[in-house]
Design a protein around this ligand. Structure first.
Ligand code: HEC
Length: 125
């Protein structure tokens, strides 16, 4: 009886371990896939609360917990060129000196490279 129980526990752990390994490898694969695309990197930077945190103020379709302080980020390509969008993110005070949108470039909240990636992502919205 004891032996049987032990065998059961061992096989249960084996299944659990296999499941964890399986999940971890899948997640890593997804994470690696993400890192390889600058569009995905830009998305991550835009959502990251310690980086762009754009959702604090903006609505991005398909995301909940979005903000309504700024306008929704939609149809971006039809309204912004790459340069105009970069300028808006790097130094929004050029367009509106009283804006509450943080000057991500001027205040070095985001690096130039990070802004480029976010621009790429936001233009895809
Ligand atoms: C603290 C709030 C806040 C945060 C965080 C913020 N914004 Fe804004 N954003 C605004 C406001 C408010 C406006 C409206 C325009 C103004 O104030 O000049 C704006 C305007 C914009 C516009 C112009 C939109 C249009 O339709 O004209 C873009 C593009 C933009 N933000 C992108 C971003 C991106 C990308 C991020 C993240 C890197 C971000 N914002 C983070 C508040 C914010």
């Amino acid at each position: 009886m004891r032996k049987k129980f032990r065998l059961l526990v061992t096989s249960a752990s084996a299944v659990a371990i296999a499941a964890v390994i399986g999940i971890t490898t899948t997640n890593n694969a997804i994470a690696e896939g993400k890192a390889s695309s600058s569009l995905e990197e830009g998305k991550e930077l835009a959502f990251n609360r310690k980086k762009g945190n754009c959702l604090a103020c903006h609505r991005i379709t398909g995301k909940d917990m979005e903000g309504t302080i700024g306008p929704p980020l939609i149809a971006m390509k039809s309204r912004f060129t790459k340069d105009a969008l970069k300028a808006q993110i790097a130094e929004p005070r050029t367009k509106n000196p009283n804006t509450i949108m943080p000057p991500f470039g001027t205040h070095a909240i985001l690096s130039d490279k990070e802004i480029d990636k976010i621009v790429e992502y936001v233009l895809s919205l």
